[in-house]
Each structure stands twice: as C-alpha cells, then as structure tokens.
Design a protein around this ligand. Structure first.
Ligand SMILES: Nc1ncnc2c1ncn2[C@@H]1O[C@H](COP(=O)(O)OP(=O)(O)OP(=O)(O)O)[C@@H](O)[C@H]1O
Length: 294
C-alpha cells in the first residue's frame, strides 16, 4: 500500500498542499478528484519524487518509498512524455528496455498494449500523426509498458471517446488485478464514480473526503428511500421514525432514523397493496463533491 502522510507543499509564500494524507490500496483503482488548481498534479509529482514536499512522507507499507519502487511506478504525467516525431512502438520499446525488459519482451509488450488500446494498425506511426485521443492512448501505453508495480496517471481519460474510456479502463483494471495500486486523477466525476473502487476528493490543497464510494456516500448522505404506490402515499407522513422529503401522489421520498423504520413503511405499503417500487435513494457523487469542496 502506498501511503501519503501529512504532505505540505508551498511555492514561494503560497501553500498549495495542506497535510495531505491518503492511502492507495493494492489491487484497487483510486480516483483522485478535484477542481482546477486543487493540488492533484502537485500531489502526484511528490508521490513520484519529481517534486519534494515541504513536509510529510510518501511510504510503501510503512517504510519510506525506495528509489527502486519509485522507478517501477508507471507514471503518466500531465505534460505527457512521448516524442512527437518518433514512431510510437519504437518509443515504447525504448521505455520498456530502460526498465530492464529484454528486446523481445519489450517489443511484445509494446505491440500487445497498442493492440489492446486500439492502436494496433497505427503502431509504427509517429505520435504527432495520431489524433489527440490516439496520442492519449499511446501515452497510457507508455506508462504501462514496463509492467509497473503501481500506476499513477494524471487525467488519463481526458480527451478519450466513451469507447476508448471503456477499453482503457479494462486495461487499467488488469493492472490493478495483478495487485498493483492504481491512482488516477480526473475532473470527470461521472467517470470516476463508475470506474474507481476508492476516491480521494481534494479541494484547495486539502483532502475533503477519502474512502470507498459507499463510505463517502454514507458519510455525506442521510439515508433516503423512495416508495411508489398505486394509491396516494400521504399516509407515510404519519409513519414512525420517518420524515417525508417529497410527496407527489403515489410517489414519496423519505428519510428514516434506521433501516427498521424504512422496513416498517414497506410492510405497511405492502399491506395496503399496490407497491410499484421501493428502494434506497443514492445521492450522486457530483452532489457530494460540490458540497465537500465548497
Ligand atoms: N511550479 C509551480 N510554481 C508555483 N505555483 C504552482 C506550481 N505548480 C503548481 N502551482 C500551484 O499549485 C496549485 C495546485 O496546482 P496543481 O497543478 O497541483 O492542481 P491540479 O489539481 O492538478 O489542477 P488541474 O486540474 O488544473 O491540473 C495551483 O494554484 C497552481 O497554480
């Protein structure tokens, strides 16, 4: 597990990170979300050792991250890293060889990855001749080609069409399945909500929320239920331990002090007959995000 502990960072007199702490778990996809300028890239650069923190540590399983481990992280930086005028496959092979893969294995991994990411036919084209979305896929391949021990990707999904997001996601999940911790930043909350196992929300250089989607939702939502019946649902107002949030004919949304209170509403509804739907209401992460970064 990669652990960031109490990271501060200032540029001149401006402090842009304040006591940033979170974990990146092995085998899990962690989404790192925040508005422009929130501190995502700075945090990732510190994790990679490209930038020194003013205070705090980056650890792996409780010990300071070694140079060896750092070298085995697959990193896709914000400024990207590939050369525009060089064929993509040659660059990937070169990067893989830098990380110690033999020539045959390096070529095989490069071509496999390009194929999986939908660039099989374009593998020997120069980067600059590819569309922006395809350049992005090549950059992702570059972060993965050396069989990384962990992945840190700065906005890997930006500029990708929905199909490419799906393909990239599958490739990243495969890396996670090998037990690697995977961290990726994104502005696209809908994407993150769907793709990641864990979430870290950063606002103004401070971690505002961290944990699984479910735990963040639970911490920022008072449990709400939705009941739809064929008859009028006004009787729910009088149910014990329940507060109606919204009522329109047969459809009612309510909060309950506990699940038992919600279950009682369901039982009463069943007794009355005509239940069409009953479910907990999950709050969209976008709403929670806006609330915690405010
Ligand atoms: N080299 C630098 N010198 C001075 N200020 C910097 C430097 N790098 C980053 N900053 C400032 O630190 C803050 C955090 O920037 P950072 O790039 O980490 O945010 P971000 O969350 O990645 O934003 P974006 O989503 O726009 O990429 C910003 O206010 C930025 O202007």
């Amino acid at each position: 597990m990669i652990q960031l502990r109490g990271i501060d960072r200032s540029f001149g007199t401006t402090q842009v990170l304040h006591d940033v702490s979170f974990d990146i778990h092995p085998g899990r996809m962690t989404g790192f979300v925040g508005a422009n300028g929130a501190g995502k890239t700075t945090t990732m650069r510190i994790l990679l050792g490209v930038l020194e923190p003013s205070a705090g540590t980056v650890e792996v399983d409780g010990a300071p991250m070694s140079a060896d481990y750092r070298a085995r992280i697959g990193y896709m930086p914000e400024e990207r890293g590939l050369y525009p005028k060089m064929p993509v496959d040659d660059q990937l092979v070169y990067l893989a060889r830098l990380h110690g893969l033999d020539a045959k294995m390096a070529r095989r991994r490069a071509l496999d990855l390009l194929e999986r990411l939908g660039l099989g036919e374009r593998h020997h084209d120069t980067l600059e001749s590819l569309s922006l979305g395809n350049q992005q896929r090549a950059q992702i391949a570059a972060a993965l080609v050396h069989d990384p021990a962990a992945l840190v990707l700065d906005e890997p999904f930006s500029g990708l069409d929905p199909m490419a997001v799906e393909v990239t996601l599958e490739v990243l999940r495969d890396v996670a399945r090998t037990g690697a911790p995977v961290l990726f930043s994104s502005h696209q909350l809908d994407v993150v909500e769907r793709l990641c196992d864990e979430l870290v929300i950063i606002g103004d250089g401070r971690v505002r929320a961290a944990g699984t989607r479910e735990s963040i939702r639970a911490a920022h939502t008072s449990p709400e239920w939705r009941l739809v019946t064929t008859g009028d649902a006004g009787w729910v107002r009088d149910a014990l331990g329940v507060e109606v949030v919204d009522l329109a004919g047969g459809e009612v949304r309510f909060t309950a002090v506990d699940e038992a209170a919600a279950d009682r509403v369901l039982s009463q509804a069943v007794e009355r007959g005509g239940v069409r739907a009953f479910s907990p209401v999950t709050r969209p992460l976008t709403e929670i995000f806006q609330e915690v970064v405010r």
